[in-house]
Design a protein around this ligand. Structure first.
Ligand SMILES: Cc1cc2nc3c(=O)[nH]c(=O)nc-3n(C[C@H](O)[C@H](O)[C@H](O)COP(=O)(O)O)c2cc1C
Ligand code: SF4
Ligand code: SF4
Length: 395
């Protein structure tokens, strides 16, 4: 049986999969359900400071799904590329209730799962206050949410709007918090690595990379935003590549552990995050759409795959892909001696390749695709698009 346990900033996790701060971790009972289902840890919903207590009351309803029901196979087959748009700012609890809830969660899960508090202040004084709240609890660790995608739009000096203050915030938290903390970063900054380095230098024990982006959707009949009328958190499994890019860039530049988050949908995505350097991996959207039981499926998937490969410990895979990532400058260009060809027996004459070939290199003859090698650019679009796998790359 492969060893899935990891150490994350001094906190032992029986496996690296953490339920991210979101609705599935909104209170102690919810956090217990996540740990019962197999998650190695939970990040509680963020506690905002009293100055942002508006965020403790959400618009209702507060979730919109785009591209979910619209998936042709729905409901038997679930879409992978959909958007979850939401405005669920923070924990509904005030300071005392939050502290009590964290303690209740720890009491319920014990050593089976790490309970990670999450805080977001709007001034340095408020960050100190929030550290005091967490210090009075049994939390194993704390996430410092400098990444909320819509806090700035609430007029608050917090979340993604405070990304420039990351080192100062990390310093205040480092001075005031008694347990390890991970700074949760937003990708909505010009230089994520610089922010990550700043947080590390200021005393962060770990980094959580990266939060969702913000977005808005317009209903064309009313010319108004869909839902509650403002921007909201915007994301989905399609952000996986964005998250992997962020983690790979940060993990190779810092010495503290990184927790990967954004876009996880299947167990392979968790392995992908580990391979780009993540010590632990979080998920919110997949838990919300697939339920807590997804943790068991992911654990079985990872375990079975590792057994098949003969891998003994997941920590041995950490960063395995980093050495294989090259800079865009170093990519091999215009390689010689490659071309594409259609396997006639497999071609069903659907024409998908024809509509997406911008070099006039493919046409249907007698119901089969034929490629003009002189015109073909070997761009690869038909290879990717063909529904039957009839197009092959030949060397
Ligand atoms: C409904 C919802 C509520 C969220 N609430 C919080 C929060 O309170 N604090 C926080 O740091 N992140 C919050 N997040 C962000 C998630 O923790 C996570 O970073 C993000 O959704 C990306 O991961 P995913 O692609 O697995 O969903 C929330 C996300 C969703 C969907
Ligand atoms: S590889 Fe690109 S250029 Fe060549 S036939 Fe396919 S789509 Fe056209
Ligand atoms: S997309 Fe594939 S199956 Fe369809 S016409 Fe082209 S080669 Fe044939």
């Amino acid at each position: 049986m492969p060893d899935l346990s990891v150490e994350f900033a001094g906190v032992h996790l029986r496996n690296p999969i953490i339920a991210a701060s979101a609705t599935p971790t909104w209170n102690a009972d919810a956090m217990k359900r996540a740990v019962d289902a197999g998650f190695g840890g939970v990040v509680a919903k963020s506690l905002f400071g009293d100055s942002a207590s508006t965020g403790r009351r959400f618009p209702r309803p507060r979730f919109k799904l785009y591209g979910w029901r619209e998936h042709p196979g729905y409901p038997d087959e679930k879409a992978r590329c959909f958007t979850l748009h939401s405005l669920e700012d923070c924990s509904p609890f005030g300071y005392e209730e939050y502290a009590e809830d964290i303690d209740r969660a720890k009491g319920l899960v014990g050593e089976r799962g790490a309970v990670i508090a999450s805080i977001s202040g709007s001034s340095f004084e408020e960050w100190e206050e929030l550290c005091d709240v967490v210090n009075g609890t049994e939390a194993d660790m704390c996430e410092v949410n400098i990444s909320c995608p819509f806090a700035a739009d609430m007029g608050l000096e917090m979340g993604a709007g405070a990304a420039g203050l990351t080192p100062e915030i990390a310093k205040v938290v480092d001075r005031n918090l008694a347990i390890p903390f991970s700074a949760k970063l937003t990708p909505e900054v010009p230089d994520l690595v610089a922010v990550a380095r700043g947080a590390e230098a200021a005393g962060a024990d770990a980094l959580t990379v990266q939060a969702r982006i913000s977005g808005i959707m317009i209903d064309i009949e009313s010319a108004a935003p869909v839902g509650w009328g403002s921007i909201g958190g915007y994301g989905g499994p399609y952000l996986l590549g964005y998250g992997l890019k962020g983690v790979s860039a940060v993990a190779s530049e810092v010495g503290i552990p990184v927790c990967g988050v954004s876009g996880v949908w299947d167990w392979e995505d968790i392995v992908r995050y580990v391979m780009v350097g993540a010590a632990a991996v979080q998920s919110a959207t997949a838990v919300m759409l697939r339920g807590y039981a997804v943790a068991g499926r992911w654990l079985r998937g990872i375990t079975g795959w590792m057994e098949g490969k003969g891998y003994e410990a997941i920590r041995d895979l950490r960063g395995a892909a980093l050495g294989n990532i090259r800079s865009t400058r170093d990519v091999a260009r215009a390689p010689e001696g490659v071309h594409v060809a259609v396997e006639k027996e497999k071609c069903i004459g659907c024409g998908e390749c024809v509509v997406s070939c911008f070099y006039d290199a493919v046409a249907l003859w007698g119901g089969k695709a034929v490629i003009d090698r002189d015109a073909c650019d070997v761009c690869g679009m038909c290879l990717e698009k063909c529904p039957t796998g009839a197009v092959h790359l030949l060397r």
